[in-house]
Write a protein that binds this ligand. Sequence first.
Ligand SMILES: [Zn+2]
Ligand SMILES: [Zn+2]
Length: 173
Amino acid sequence: MELSSNGNIPAPLAYSPEEVAERRRAMNRAASKKWKAANPDYKKDYYNNNKESFKARKKVHYQNNKEAYKARDKAYKKNKSDETWGKVYKNLGTTCSCPTCTWPSTLALEIDHIIPAKKGLYKDAPRTGVDLRKYIIKNNCWNDFQLLCANCNKLKHRNGGICNCGDPTRKSR
Ligand SMILES: [Zn+2]
Ligand SMILES: [Zn+2]
């Protein structure tokens, strides 16, 4: 190594504090990457060896943030609900399938098994709600379903499979 004119070892290059910090971070990142490659199961083992304490901490965290968790859950469900209804409307339209019904709102629409589930193919499938919508989407079996408004759906089931809501001679029971 070349000595400086006064005989001392040359001072190292001067780095600004930011540069020093950045170089240190880069070294740490490299070291950590290398270490992880050499110990691929460390994280998993660590979790398994401390499972109970992780679970306990998670529980405390949940208790302390219950409202936030609930809000997140609710938002997630709402989102899933909207998403699945969107696909239903795209495939089954946005009006009641009963030919004589004039109900105007999508909000009362229900998914009707054209052939009643208990007699048909869908005995073991979910009957209602988001689970039914997910089922139909997954199995792409739109032809077996239609949308009916809540009234027509009810009338169909109580009137032996025919709605008949537009028939003025229809007697109530
Ligand atoms: Zn209707
Ligand atoms: Zn009807």
